[in-house]
Design a protein. Structure first.
Lengths: 760, 158
């Protein structure tokens, strides 16, 4: 007989760090102040493209209180980037050597007794530039005879990525309807609330300790070591609390290098904090992409084939662009069964500030194009947009040839449920002018399997120690940047060991203390990968403890043993358990006092090229458009999503609600406005993220599937949701006004132009 | 720039400090008094992370000069809880409602909410959204924050 014990899976346990955060006690990087600490500032390029002919730092050095000035001439010009697997893609140096490639490119750094002095010294650095012509759009960069951003790439193409399966020509020629559309998306900022900051210190033994606002402490350790010319173990990276990242804090940044270098140079700790103006003007951003998509359908709505070309405006450097270039190809054919597919992604250098990873990582762009085109197809075929999707929806067990196998998929249920939840059929039939419902779907990854960082360690690791007082300690480099892994991982361990979350102590965010390694927070990898590592460690611990229990209880070998309620017991005799603490004591005694500890690992293997698991969802936007002003008001959002087992519903809801805020901005109000490589809106007054008043009412529902590759059946939650909102709103605007948005964001003036044209 | 002596009463404690006239209240709270619970997210008064109460009124401490606060009462996130072992009810509500993710906007959100509830204990959801209109959050979509504050109004309590 099975005994159902209390489970922590699916419980909305509050975050262990919430009290520290709500009382102001939680320490973020800029909150750190060390004895004798210096403050740094950066000199950035005012030109989008120029040779540096001469740098004179003498006036800056002479300023009272200045302790160190460095330029690209003073430090080794080591190229770095996250793509260690392909060194040719590592195209960035911390400080410019002879050339600047974007407005904001870092040229020099100063450390001084306070920030004001450092900033004044930066102004005293004299640089002689020879300006060069620049390229600021994909079209300009690809034009014949365009100036080259990097000498090694005269055509301004950094790389191309291809995906190809099935016979696309035949598939499209056999189609009853073929659509070809070009869509473009705009640059937006992560606007993590905590601006980046770093503190670096040389320790007494010569090791460098770096506290930094990052989502990937391991990458920072490795790349910093390489750029400084030291061994990885000579660098210790500590991740304090991090105020959001959303993909924007997953690369080595010039200030981390500069603070470290100047700390070594001066023998004093150095802090550099980046202000919001720099964040918006020069910080990483979501790739603007031009996507051309050709898709064929049979009369009944069946997709026959699809061909997609994506041209990414990467800005001046690669950053995470090579990954985005590949992923856009995957996200363009992950929702529906596409028997024949061809993709080409082209990563184009321009003299814009470099783009990087941002929540959804290629999917918001790919799905804006793909889902808008599905809606256009539905109209052309005379099929309801939800019905058209149901006819093509991916299902559990489907394969994307050579790329991935979909091991769990609730898309069909999501579509059916969102139809009911939004009252789709009735509302569509009865909508008045200026009102509309729109739909879009998403699919997303649970971490990446491709080892572009070329790590020689497991992708995720977790060490578990259990103590003879009945508590445990979990040590992992998995990086909480706000999403809640410091809650979910202890929750998983507590479930495994039958303890309470408050019985688990967590040590995290320190490359010197945590097991090697964890690739950090990106691509929604942490719950699945670090969660599996925690379970692996827990299993090893339980193997030790269960031996003792078996012996002590004299159990027949056929008995199953379980942990629960702070005890360990035979499953068939739950009442006769031994307290966890006692079991640990006995296990230690049996081992002559040696503590009980184990390390668990996870590396995805034999699961294709993209991800071990895929989540899905469908979202409906309810929109009112003011036909006189073109202003779009979102009156409601309806979301149904499949994230596998919901480990902590409150945490999942938080992800969903936050994704609607970010994506509402992406659709309607947020845009880094560019002019010849210059970002024009560099304050949060001019770059408008939605505030509490802007948020639409929202209803959501979870469709539970069980993901066999995930911990307790869980997979990604919250990142994929950043994708359907913009196309759902754009579709609703189309239904309300007839305006079909091909270029994000949706602007009132374009809606009005459309209405004017139609009236004439 | 000549320093001036200012006296700040922060969370009930009096501090006499020599400050340059161009230093902001946020800088002095964080750097001189080491009250780093007050966060700085933009330095231009747009994000609200640095919100503190000056004589009971919410201000962006990044736009307030320390010398403007001379001889006045400042309340920061560190001074909201009744004791070191107890939370203010707004703080407790934030924890219980899951209104905190990265936590960087949290101190400012709590200060704005405390001010609203002291002035309007029966605030409606609309009032709360208005009051928090100057506090940006990028993680939560505000839903659980508004829910937490709503739970502290007299409408929700017997």
């Amino acid at each position: 007989m099975s005994h159902t014990r209390d489970t922590l899976i699916g419980k909305s346990v509050p975050r262990p760090d919430a009290v520290a955060k709500v009382t102001g006690a939680a320490q973020y990087t800029d909150d750190i102040s060390l004895p004798n600490m210096l403050h740094g500032a950066l000199l950035r390029s005012p030109h989008a493209h120029a040779f540096i002919r001469k740098i004179d730092t003498s006036r800056a050095r002479a300023l009272a209180g200045v302790k160190c000035v460095i330029t690209g001439q003073d430090v080794p010009a080591v190229k770095y980037g996250n793509w260690r697997l392909v060194p040719a893609l590592q195209d960035e140096t911390a400080l410019a050597t002879d050339r600047v490639r974007f407005i904001g490119d870092e040229i020099a750094a100063v450390a001084a007794i306070d920030r004001e002095t450092a900033e004044r010294a930066v102004e005293l650095i004299e640089v002689e530039y020879e300006e060069l012509p620049g390229v600021f759009t994909v079209e300009e960069a690809l034009a014949e005879g365009a100036p080259a951003v990097h000498e090694e790439h005269q055509d301004n193409i950094s790389l191309t990525r291809d995906i190809d399966y099935g016979n696309v020509e035949r598939a499209l020629s056999e189609a009853d309807l073929v659509l070809e559309d070009t869509f473009s998306t705009h640059p937006v900022s992560h606007v993590y609330m905590e601006p980046c900051s770093v503190v670096a210190r040389t320790d007494t033994d010569g090791r460098l300790t770096v506290w930094t606002s990052t989502q990937t402490p391991y990458y920072i350790q490795c790349l910093l070591a390489r750029t400084l010319g030291v061994r990885e173990n000579d660098v210790r990276v500590i991740k304090p609390h991090v105020g959001g990242g959303f993909g924007g804090k997953m690369e080595l940044r010039p200030w981390e290098f500069a603070a470290a270098w100047m700390a070594r140079q001066t023998g004093r700790p150095v802090k550099i904090t980046i202000d919001r103006q720099q964040e918006l003007a020069a910080g990483r951003r979501r790739h603007p992409v031009v996507i051309t998509s050709k898709i064929g359908f049979k009369k009944d709505g069946t997709i026959t084939g699809k061909e997609v070309t994506a041209r990414l405006d990467g800005g001046a450097y690669n950053g995470m662009g090579p990954t985005a270039t590949f992923l856009i190809g995957n996200f363009s054919a992950m929702l529906y069964k596409v028997p024949a597919y061809r993709y080409r992604g082209i990563y184009v250098y321009t003299n814009n500030p470099p783009a990087g990873a941002m929540r959804g990582f290629g999917a918001p762009q790919a799905l804006f194009a793909g889902e808008m085109q599905m809606n256009r197809a539905a109209e052309a075929l005379g099929i309801d947009p939800i019905e058209l999707r149901l006819r093509n929806a991916m299902e559990t067990g489907d394969e994307i040839p050579g790329v991935a196998r979909i091991s769990s998929c609730g898309l069909r249920t999501c579509l059916e449920e969102v139809r009911t939840l939004s009252n789709w059929n009735e509302r569509r039939a009865a909508s008045a002018p200026g009102e509309g419902l729109g739909i879009a779907c998403y699919s997303f990854i649970s971490g990446g399997v491709f080892n572009w960082f070329n790590t020689k360690y497991p992708f995720s690791s977790a060490e578990v120690k259990v103590f003879d007082d009945g508590t445990a300690q979990l040590t992992t480099l998995a990086a909480d940047i706000g999403q809640g892994s410091d809650l979910i991982l202890p929750q998983i361990l507590a479930e495994e060991l039958g303890l309470r979350v408050e019985d688990i102590r967590l040590v995290t965010g320190d490359t010197a203390a945590c097991p090697q390694s964890d690739l950090g927070t990106w691509g929604s990898r942490v719950t699945l990968m670090a969660g599996n590592a925690v379970r692996d460690a827990a299993k090893k611990i339980k193997d030790e403890l269960f031996k003792v229990v078996s012996l002590k209880l004299g159990l027949n070998v056929i008995h199953e043993i379980e942990c629960g309620h702070g005890t360990i017991y035979a499953k068939s005799k739950p009442g006769k358990g031994i307290p966890f603490a006692e079991v640990v004591q006995m296990a230690q005694l049996a081992n002559r006092g040696e503590p009980i500890r184990a390390t668990g690992y996870y590396t995805p293997r034999d699961v294709g090229l993209v991800s071990p698991a895929f989540s899905f969802g469908a979202q409906v936007a309810d929109v009112r458009v003011d036909l006189d002003t073109g202003v779009v008001e979102v009156a409601g959002m309806y979301t149904v999503h499949d994230c596998g087992t919901e480990l902590n519903p409150m945490a999942v809801e938080g992800q969903l609600e936050g994704s609607i805020q970010m994506s509402l901005g992406y659709a309607l109000s947020e845009e880094l406005v560019m002019h010849r490589g210059r970002t024009l809106n560099t304050t949060l007054l001019d770059y408008k993220i939605p505030v509490a008043l802007d948020m639409p009412p929202s209803v959501s529902k979870t469709v539970e599937t069980f993901e066999p590759g995930g911990p307790f059946g869980a997979k990604e939650a919250g990142e994929g949701l950043a994708c359907p909102t913009a196309p759902a709103i754009a579709h609703a605007v189309h239904e309300a006004t007839g305006y079909f948005c091909r270029n994000l964001p949706i602007r009132p003036e374009r809606i009005l132009e459309h209405l004017d044209r139609r009236a004439r | 720039m000549k320093t001036r002596i200012v006296t700040l009463v922060v969370n009930g404690d009096e501090h006499s400090l020599a400050v340059k006239p161009n230093r902001t209240l946020a800088e002095v709270l964080r750097d001189d008094l080491r009250l780093t619970g007050t966060k700085v997210g933009c330095e231009t008064g747009d994000c609200g992370a640095c919100t503190v109460l000056l004589n009971g009124r919410p201000v962006n401490s990044c736009l307030t000069l320390a010398i403007e606060a001379d001889a006045q009462e400042v309340r920061t996130i560190e001074g909201i809880a009744p004791s070191g072992t107890e939370l203010h009810r707004v703080q407790r509500a934030f924890v219980e409602h899951g209104a905190i993710q990265c936590g960087f906007c949290t101190p400012g959100m709590v200060m704005s909410s405390v001010h609203l509830l002291e002035r309007a204990p029966d605030a409606t959801e609309e009032d709360i959204r208005h009051e928090l209109g100057g506090n940006l959050c990028r993680c939560t979509g505000y839903t659980k924050i508004v829910g937490a504050v709503s739970s502290c109004t007299s409408r929700c309590r017997p």
